[in-house]
Design a protein around this ligand. Structure first.
Ligand code: URP
Ligand code: ZN
Ligand code: ZN
Length: 485
């Protein structure tokens, strides 16, 4: 047998198994996995290394205008390069529909933007304007074109979707096999807090956390889950930042509903004390939901270990610490005029390797599930992506589990001027990253080109294992009402 590339002598891990094996790659696919393989036109010696599925980032804001018009610092070239340096071989950023825009036009724009990606990509839509036309025609067309997930917001005046519209959206998604993702915070509660804080002169960055209390997240998660369960629709609660929120996801999962949770590194490695850095420094740490406290970090670790969360995502939302981003409202902006979000696409996987696997909190298989396989399954990319198996795309990250690093902004290879994780000491780093059989990154050197990344048309949400029964409330006959003779 001959292969284009053989990875020899490494320890391979999937979401279920860890074993010593060689991996043979032909025509961009994994062609063989065996104790010993010869016949590689090229070989990579992976002795003492981990051979893992390339990670899949499914929460990133890339070349995206916010509702207030701020553009992210990273475009599809820099964002994908940074992702690659962090061990990712695919990503699914957002294509944001703003009010008055068509979903079809939005997707066409993002398809064009993503042409310069160095890794494979798809998009989640952000839906802010669910008109009849969009619900009945444009969304189903987008789903048929392989965009089988989308995000809605229960907060931000320019993005918010009222509960009735949320029900329409959930029913549409369920009918067409799409997955709804939700940013769950109570808008009124946040606005009420912001108004009082600003009126009383409490405008420093640290008050951003005060203005987004845990109760705002818990209320909105509870409501979103209630609505999704009512119509039997699958729902992903993104960036869960509180114990209360995680408990609600865990309860819904225990009850057998297709409810999923995601959390992010910032909620496990940073706290609201970071918002209280001198001067405007705290602006670097403004994101929504906001950073919490040390107790919450422990709660979220516990939930991560217990399997509450399917996804570990960066929520990479890169706004530079200058007038183009965080300081667009001046050198000392009030907290309510600071662009929300922080960068982290290069750090999400190394942080989980170091603080999760290397510190004994998670198994290597849990790590693979959280960084690659669960995302591939949940978003309709499995088994093409997210695992090491014969026939899968040869998207592989080779990790040196012993390499130690001190995190610096320069190592992120993004378009940003800071990393919120600056100075952290971590162990474990991806040394070689292979995308569809091509060595895209090796020994710190980039070999990928803009345009190497290809669009991934995704499959519908897989209801296997979930009841998927119509809820009696949606069936008039259950109440003895006959609508049609
Ligand atoms: O603060 C954040 N996370 N900004 C990005 C947008 C979002 O809500 O995910
Ligand atoms: Zn969000
Ligand atoms: Zn986000």
């Amino acid at each position: 047998m001959s292969y284009d590339l053989v990875i020899k002598g490494g320890l391979v891990a999937t979401a279920s198994d860890t074993f010593a094996a060689d991996v043979g790659i032909r025509d961009g696919k994994i062609a063989a996995i065996a104790a010993a393989l010869d016949g590689g036109a090229e070989t990579i010696d992976a002795t003492a290394k981990l051979v893992l599925p390339g990670a899949i980032e499914t929460h990133a804001h890339i070349e995206q205008e916010s509702a207030t018009g701020a553009m992210t610092a990273d475009d599809y070239r820099t964002g994908s390069i940074s992702a690659l340096y962090g061990g990712n071989t695919s990503f699914v950023p957002f294509a944001a529909q703003h009010r008055g825009q068509s979903v079809t036009d939005t997707l066409a724009l993002y398809h064009e933007r993503a042409e310069k990606s160095v890794i494979d990509y798809s998009f989640h839509l952000i839906v802010t304007d669910p008109t009849e036309e969009i619900l009945k025609k444009e969304l189903p067309e987008a789903f048929a074109g392989g965009i089988t997930s989308f995000k809605v917001f229960l907060t931000y005046d320019k993005m918010i979707v009222p509960d009735e519209a949320m029900l329409d959206i959930l029913v549409t998604a369920r009918e067409h096999g799409a997955l709804t993702m939700v940013h769950a915070e109570n808008n009124a509660l946040i606005k009420w807090m912001v108004k009082r804080l600003v009126e009383t002169g409490h405008t420093a960055p640290k008050y951003h956390a005060v203005s987004h209390p845990a109760a705002a997240e818990a209320e909105a998660i509870n409501r979103a889950i209630t609505l999704a369960n009512f119509v039997g629709a699958p729902l992903l609660i993104v960036h869960v930042s509180t114990e209360e929120g995680a408990n609600l996801v865990a309860d819904a999962r225990r009850a057998g509903h297709p409810i999923f949770g995601e959390t992010c590194p910032q909620y496990l490695f940073l706290t609201r004390d970071d918002l209280d850095k001198p001067g405007a420094e705290g602006a670097k740490f403004c994101c929504s939901p906001p950073l919490r406290d040390v107790k919450t970090q422990e709660d979220l670790w516990r939930h991560l270990q217990a399997g509450t969360f399917h996804l570990w995502s960066s929520d990479h939302a890169p706004y530079r610490f200058d007038e183009s981003g965080k300081l667009s409202a001046g050198p000392n902006p009030p907290f309510n005029r600071i662009a929300n979000g922080m960068p982290g696409i290069a750090m999400r996987v190394p942080l989980l390797m170091s603080e999760g696997v290397r510190k004994g909190r998670l198994s290597l298989n849990d790590f693979v599930a959280l960084t690659a396989t669960n995302a591939a399954k949940l978003f309709g990319m499995h088994p093409q992506k997210g695992t090491i198996a014969v026939g899968a795309d040869a998207d592989i990250a080779i990790w040196d589990p012993e390499e130690t690093r001190t995190v610096t902004a320069a190592d992120m290879h993004d378009a940003m001027d800071y990393t919120p994780f600056e100075g952290m000491e971590i162990t474990g780093w991806p040394t070689t990253v292979i995308t569809r059989g091509k060595v895209a990154l090796s020994g710190g050197e980039l070999h990928a080109e803009p345009g190497d990344g290809k669009f991934i048309a995704r499959q519908p949400f897989d209801f296997t294992g979930y009841t998927n029964r119509p809820f009696p409330e949606l069936d008039p006959a259950a109440f003895g009402v006959k609508l049609i003779d």
